[in-house]
Design a protein around this ligand. Structure first.
Ligand code: XMP
Length: 512
């Protein structure tokens, strides 16, 4: 099989490093991100067709600024430095980097000065996106300047002989008009990639690799019905068929019809070995009287591990555990991140570090959008592949305070109506995540001639790229009206609907 071409991205702590990797992959070339201290030996092993040095927040002249081995520039592999990466290349090769007389943020106009292979098909004057306070004052020996802005005389410089290119702006962000062309020029014209990264190719390769690794051994999978575990299961099933067993722990905290949908797809349609463990009662007992969100998460996480391991023990001769780990979970970061723990998050499917099985993680190299594309290639239902994010602890963190069966059922119905109306209004692909919550407070209402004293339902709908920040979705008022009317009419014990109009930050997406 044809060797997978790779563009290596060396990370210097940029916000945008994953974006660079995704842009390269959108050009049908595989890319991987490594930390800045990657050794030259490892690079030789990976044998990339090209290297991209990412941006980063540091000043290359500072003592503790992240560096890379200068031998990278002598490997005969084309290198593209972006922002910090451009400055570092210049600094390490003997050019001069200095504070810019006028820092540039946002859109600027670049003028192309020279017929550069990197800037092929880029208009003489075009919009680029900048974010820098330091700039290249004098390029290193052997470099020529091929583009400028009125305030940044070295916007692009290059040494074609050595195939080294430095750009001060960010071609990976959409605001750079010719960003895609510039990255493609690098990848295709300069690195001579052929563009052999595709989901069907990946699928074929992975199926072969899984068969070679697993042979006739048995694999189990904790299937949650989420995109990652579903796609992982469908892929491994293609490779080894009935030697895969999926365990679906139904904790009773799923949305309306969700458990049945998962069962019908995997058991009835795909004909996989599929074990559904219904343990609503067990979870409800454990959660009785618990009101603290973090305690709920912990209980649900521990319970999951117990149910899963109890079920797995019943199965003979299991050697592998399949996990739907994806690339953003494993990506090497150029800088340490010390984020405060706001929510202890993460998947209820998170199994302990030490399990008596070998791990099989066939999606480790994929970004989320690629996992979805692979799901489509594997023939998984559109509904499942494009499912909105759903937290592992499920509705337990959307019933605020104590979780009871009565509250869960009310919430499930209200949430169902909300989702149905959003879909009918054609808004489901625009809104990143939308769901109902039950705050648990009751208020007075009037229905017919009767006074009611019933629950309030909160509606949350957000737009977001990755869930790290979010804005509340501007749902049209007439859609809001149908949602509100239907919920109050169709769901018993609900007499008031409120809409959450806070962004993240300062709020979070989930209410708990
Ligand atoms: P927050 O509420 O932190 O949510 O703004 C960001 C994203 O993470 C999801 N989320 C969770 N996912 N286990 C999960 O698997 C959790 O405990 C959890 N809490 C929040 C949330 O739905 C949103 O997509």
């Amino acid at each position: 099989m044809e060797k997978r071409e790779t563009i290596l991205i060396i990370d210097f702590g940029a916000q945008y490093n994953q974006l660079i990797a995704r842009r390269v992959r959108e050009s049908q070339v595989y890319s991987m991100v490594v930390a800045h201290d990657v050794s030259v030996e490892r690079i030789r092993d990976i044998a990339p067709k090209g290297i991209i040095l990412s941006g980063g927040p540091s000043d290359v002249r500072a003592e503790d600024a992240p560096q890379c081995d200068p031998a990278i520039f002598t490997l005969g592999i084309p290198v593209l430095g972006i922002c910090y990466g451009a400055q570092l290349m210049t600094h390490l090769l003997g050019g001069e980097v200095a504070p810019a007389p006028k820092p540039e943020y946002g859109k600027q106009t670049m003028t192309v000065l020279d017929d550069s292979p990197l800037l092929h098909n880029v208009d003489k004057s075009s919009v680029i996106w900048m974010s820098h306070t330091i700039y290249i004052k004098r390029p290193a020996d052997g470099f020529i300047v091929s583009a400028e802005t009125p305030t940044c005389p070295v916007t692009v410089c290059e040494d074609r002989e050595r195939s080294l290119y430095a750009v001060q702006f960010h071609p990976e962000v959409v605001h750079t008009t010719y960003g895609t062309e510039i990255l493609q020029n690098f990848v295709y014209s300069i690195c001579h990639c052929s563009g052999n990264w595709s989901m069907s190719g990946f699928m074929e390769r992975q199926i072969e690799a899984i068969r070679a690794e697993v042979g006739d051994k048995r694999v189990i999978c904790a299937l949650s019905g989420g995109v990652d575990s579903s796609v992982a299961a469908a892929l491994v099933y293609r490779a080894i068929g009935q030697n895969l067993t999926c365990i679906f722990v139904d904790h009773g905290l799923l949305r309306k019809n969700e458990g049945d949908m998962v069962e019908s797809i995997f058991k009835d349609k795909f004909k996989m070995r599929f074990i559904r463990v219904n343990c609503e009662d067990r979870y409800l007992k454990k959660l009785a009287g618990v009101t603290d969100p973090e305690t709920k998460r912990k209980i649900i996480g521990h319970e999951f591990i117990d149910v899963f391991t109890e079920t797995a023990k019943e199965l003979p001769d299991v050697s592998y555990l399949l996990q739907g780990t994806i690339y953003p979970d494993v990506i090497e970061s150029g800088t340490g991140k010390n984020a405060a723990v706001i929510k202890s998050h993460h998947n209820v499917g998170g199994l302990p570090d030490h399990v008596p099985f070998k791990l099989l993680e066939p999606l480790r190299d994929l970004f989320k959008d690629e996992v979805r594309a692979l799901g489509e290639v594997l023939g998984l239902d559109h509904e499942l592949v494009w499912r909105q994010p759903f937290p592992g602890p499920g509705l337990a963190i959307r019933v605020l305070g104590e979780v009871t069966k009565e509250k869960l059922d009310i919430l499930r119905e209200a949430d169902f109506v909300f989702r149905d109306e959003i879909a009918k209004a054609g808004l489901d692909s625009e809104i990143w995540q939308y769901f109902a919550v039950l705050p648990g407070t009751r208020s007075v209402g009037v229905m017919g001639d009767e006074r009611t004293y019933d629950y309030t339902i909160g509606l949350r709908a957000v737009t977001s790229v990755d869930g790290m920040t979010a804005d509340w979705a501007r749902i049209p008022f007439d859609v809001m009206e149908s949602i509100s009317t239907r919920i109050v009419n169709e769901v018993s014990h609900v007499n008031r609907i409120v809409y959450d109009v806070t962004a993240k930050p300062p709020s979070t997406i989930e209410w708990e």
